[in-house]
Write a new protein. Structure first.
Length: 165
């Protein structure tokens, strides 16, 4: 990201572009801001607040990427990690590995997230099955699954909002 092309605006949280920027630079800037919003210590009071940032980070992949936001007991971000990569329409998810990462981070809660390269964020039956398996595995070690968010170019779907959790 080229910070020389940005300067702080007059209002907090606003910026001025000081030079010509390419589309690629704009996307890079957006992704850098999204990563900052999911950085260690940031509090996520509602998973839906993370939708916009997650969509910016995951919508352009041409393959499925399964990630997790590990949270402490106050729902502050410990880590946002890409856990598994797949093909254009699926990814192999291993509950054991998700549990290992949750324990390694001493997480109290997790928000699961993956993209659908097709662009359609509607959860599939396979998405619902793996979420249930992950929820059961994480429950054993007392890690709550707050949500599973599916990202597509057409928007985001929340398992919690859909009543799947």
């Amino acid at each position: 990201m080229n910070h020389r092309k940005l300067s702080a605006g007059e209002t907090a949280g606003t910026y001025r572009i000081t030079d010509t920027v390419t589309e690629a630079e704009l996307l890079s800037i957006a992704k850098a801001f999204a990563r900052r919003r999911l950085a260690r210590g940031r509090k996520i009071t509602q998973p839906t607040l993370a939708f916009e940032y997650l969509q910016i980070l995951l919508q352009d992949y041409e393959h499925e990427v399964f990630s997790a936001i590990f949270l402490d007991s106050q729902h502050r971000v410990i880590s946002f990690e890409e856990l598994f990569r797949g093909t254009i329409d699926s990814a192999n998810i291993y509950p054991r590995e998700v549990v290992k990462q949750a324990l390694a981070h001493n997480a109290a809660a997790v928000i699961l997230v993956h993209n659908h390269p097709s662009g359609d964020p509607e959860p599939s039956d396979a998405d619902r099955r793996i979420t249930k398996r992950l929820q059961e595995a994480l429950c054993i070690v007392e890690v709550r699954v707050l949500d599973h968010i599916v990202i597509g170019s057409g928007g985001c779907k929340s398992f919690a909002e859909l009543g799947y959790l």
